[in-house]
Ligand binder design. Structure first.
Ligand code: GLN
Length: 491
C-alpha cells in the first residue's frame, strides 16, 4: 500500500469510499507522522485519543453508507479556533490552559461533515506575525530548506503550524485564518494552497479575534481541489456572527477543471516593486503565460492606492486588536497575576501574559484611537481603506474577472533573520496580501515554482466578492502547469 500520508484529500476520499483503507488506518498514519516530526513544532497539542474515536465513528458511518463529504479525513486545527474540551490558547501565555466549553462554528461544520481532529496547530501569538516566531510555544520549522543548507527556515505566519503540517504531510488539510495574509503567505512559503475567502463567507464565531473587520477563516491544503472541498464545509451563514453572509455555499469543487477561456485577468502595475527579486518577476510572467495558454485574456490594470495599503493596515489592525484584546484582564480567562489592587492586577497579568509583538500592537492601537489622534490616524486609515476597495471595484467594473499577483515579495527566510531590529522589515512581507483584506475580497495562493535555492514560491489570484469559484478554476490551471511540490524529508 502507498504511504497513506502522501495522498491528497481527494484521493483519500476515494480510498475510503472504495474501502482500500479505513479512516482509523489513515488517522494512525498521520498520528505516526506527527510523532516523527515533533522537531517542526507544528502541533502545540496532539489529540490522538479523540482522533481515533472520531475515525472509528467515521468508519462506522462509511460502512453504513451515510458518510459526510469529509468523512474520515484527518485535519489539523489552528490554535485560534475554539475547540470544545480541548485547550485553545491562540499561542499566548495570557490564555494559559484555557479550555473552551464551546466549539467554533467553522470547526463544528468540519466535524458535522465527518472530519477527524488530529490536534491544535501552532501560530503567531493572537495571529500577529508573518513568521510564526511570536508564538509562546516557540517557532515552527518549515519542512523546506535551501538546497545544500541545514538552516531551519520559517514557514511564514501567522498560520505557520497549519502550513508546515500540511506541507510535511502531517495532516491532510488544516484550518487557518487570514487578517493580512496569514493563510496566503505561509501557503506560498511551503508550497501549499491557501484561500482566504470573501469577508463574511466563513463565520468568525469561536475564532479568537485579532482585527474583526479583517479576520477570515479559510483552509490550507495540499491541492486546489482539496482547498475547495474544505472551504465548502467551512463556509456558510451563521446567525451567531452578524457579519457572516446569508448566501448559499456553492459546490466549489465543481469549479475545478472548468474552462477559463475568455476570462479577463488583470495584472496590476503597482505590484511591480522596485528591487523585487528577478525570480518573482519571472514567476509572475510565467503564471500569466499559463493562464493565457488556457484561453484567458491578460490586461494591465491599475490599483493606484496600493502603496497606502500596508501603512493603513498597520493602523486599522492594531486599533481593532487593542480593543479586542482588552478582554484579557487576568480575571475571566487564563493567566492570573497578583497585585495590590485591581488595576495593578490587570497590569501584571497583561505584562506577564502578552509577548512583545502583541504589546507593540496594543500600544500602537491605543495610540491611534486616542483622543486627538483618532482623526489623524484611525479615521484617515479608514478613508484610505475605502479608496483601496474602490480601486478593486473599478477594476472589476471594467470586466476583469480576477487579478494575478505574486503572493509574497520573497521566498521563506531563516528563523531570527527578519524583524529583530526593525519590525517594519517583517511587516513588508504582507505587501501583496493586505490589500485583499482591506477590500474584503477573496484571494488564493497557489504554488507556482521555486527560487534559485530550491525554495517554493506562490502566486496569488484575487477575485470578486463571493466569487471563490473563479479562483479555484484559475488556481487549478496554475497547479496543472506548475505541478505539485513536496519537500525532501529531513526530520
Ligand atoms: N502578518 C500580518 C500581521 O502581522 C497578518 C497576520 C494575519 O493575517 N493574521 O498583522
Amino acid at each position: 500500500m502507498t504511504d497513506l500520508t502522501s495522498l491528497t484529500l481527494a484521493e483519500a476520499r476515494e480510498g475510503l469510499a472504495d474501502k482500500s483503507f479505513t479512516s482509523l488506518e489513515l488517522t494512525d498514519a498521520h498520528l505516526g507522522a506527527i510523532e516523527a516530526a515533533r522537531v517542526l513544532n507544528a502541533f502545540v497539542m496532539e489529540t490522538p485519543d479523540q482522533a481515533r474515536a472520531m475515525a472509528r465513528e467515521a468508519d462506522a458511518k462509511i460502512a453504513k453508507g451515510d458518510a459526510g463529504p469529509l468523512a474520515g479525513i484527518p485535519l489539523g486545527i489552528k490554535d485560534l479556533f475554539a475547540t470544545k474540551g480541548v485547550r485553545t490558547t491562540a499561542c499566548s501565555n495570557i490564555l494559559g490552559n484555557f479550555v473552551p466549553t464551546y466549539e467554533s462554528t467553522v470547526t463544528s461544520q468540519l466535524w458535522r461533515d465527518g472530519a477527524v481532529m488530529l490536534g491544535k496547530l501552532n501560530n503567531d501569538e493572537f495571529a500577529m506575525g508573518s513568521s510564526n516566531e511570536t508564538s509562546c510555544f516557540g517557532p515552527v520549522g518549515n519542512p523546506w530548506r535551501r538546497d545544500g543548507s541545514n538552516a531551519t527556515l520559517v514557514p511564514g505566519g501567522s498560520s505557520g503550524g497549519s502550513a508546515s503540517a500540511v506541507a510535511a504531510l502531517l495532516c491532510m488539510g488544516a484550518t487557518a485564518t487570514d487578517t493580512g495574509g496569514s493563510i496566503r503567505q505561509p501557503a506560498a512559503f511551503t508550497a501549499t494552497v491557501g484561500i482566504k475567502p470573501t469577508y463574511g463567507r466563513c463565520s468568525r464565531w469561536g475564532v479568537v479575534a485579532f482585527a474583526s473587520s479583517l479576520d477570515q477563516a479559510g483552509p490550507i491544503a495540499r491541492s486546489v481541489r482539496d482547498a475547495a472541498m474544505l472551504l465548502r464545509s467551512m463556509a456558510g451563514h451563521d446567525p451567531k456572527d452578524t457579519t457572516s453572509v446569508d448566501i448559499p455555499v456553492p459546490d466549489y469543487e465543481a469549479a475545478i477543471g472548468k474552462s477559463v477561456k475568455g476570462m479577463k485577468i488583470g495584472i496590476p502595475r503597482e505590484y511591480r516593486l522596485d528591487g523585487m527579486p528577478a525570480e518573482i518577476e519571472k514567476l509572475w510572467s510565467e503564471g500569466a503565460a499559463w493562464l493565457k495558454a488556457a484561453g484567458a485574456e491578460l490586461v494591465e490594470v491599475s490599483l493606484p492606492h496600493t502603496k497606502y495599503a500596508l501603512p493603513a493596515y498597520y493602523i486599522v489592525a492594531p486599533a481593532e486588536a487593542s480593543s479586542n484584546l482588552a478582554r484579557y484582564d487576568g480575571v475571566r480567562y487564563g493567566l492570573r497575576e497578583q497585585g495590590k489592587n485591581i488595576i495593578e492586577m490587570y497590569e501584571n497579568a497583561r505584562a506577564e501574559g502578552f509577548g512583545a509583538e502583541v504589546k507593540r500592537r496594543v500600544m500602537i492601537g491605543t495610540y491611534v484611537l486616542s483622543a486627538g489622534y483618532y482623526d489623524a490616524y484611525y479615521l484617515r486609515a479608514q478613508k484610505v481603506r475605502t479608496l483601496i476597495k474602490k480601486d478593486f471595484e473599478d477594476c472589476f467594473a471594467k470586466g476583469v474577472d480576477a487579478i494575478l499577483t505574486p503572493a509574497t515579495p520573497s521566498a521563506a527566510f531563516g528563523i531570527g533573520e527578519k524583524g529583530g531590529a526593525d519590525p517594519v522589515e517583517m511587516y513588508l512581507n504582507d505587501i501583496f496580501t493586505v490589500t485583499v483584506n482591506m477590500a474584503g475580497l477573496p484571494g488564493i495562493a497557489v504554488p507556482a515554482g521555486k527560487d534559485g535555492q530550491g525554495l517554493p514560491l506562490g502566486l496569488q489570484l484575487i477575485g470578486r466578492p463571493f466569487d471563490e469559484e473563479t479562483l479555484f478554476s484559475l488556481g487549478e490551471v496554475i497547479e496543472q502547469a506548475a505541478g505539485r511540490f513536496t519537500p525532501a524529508r529531513w526530520w
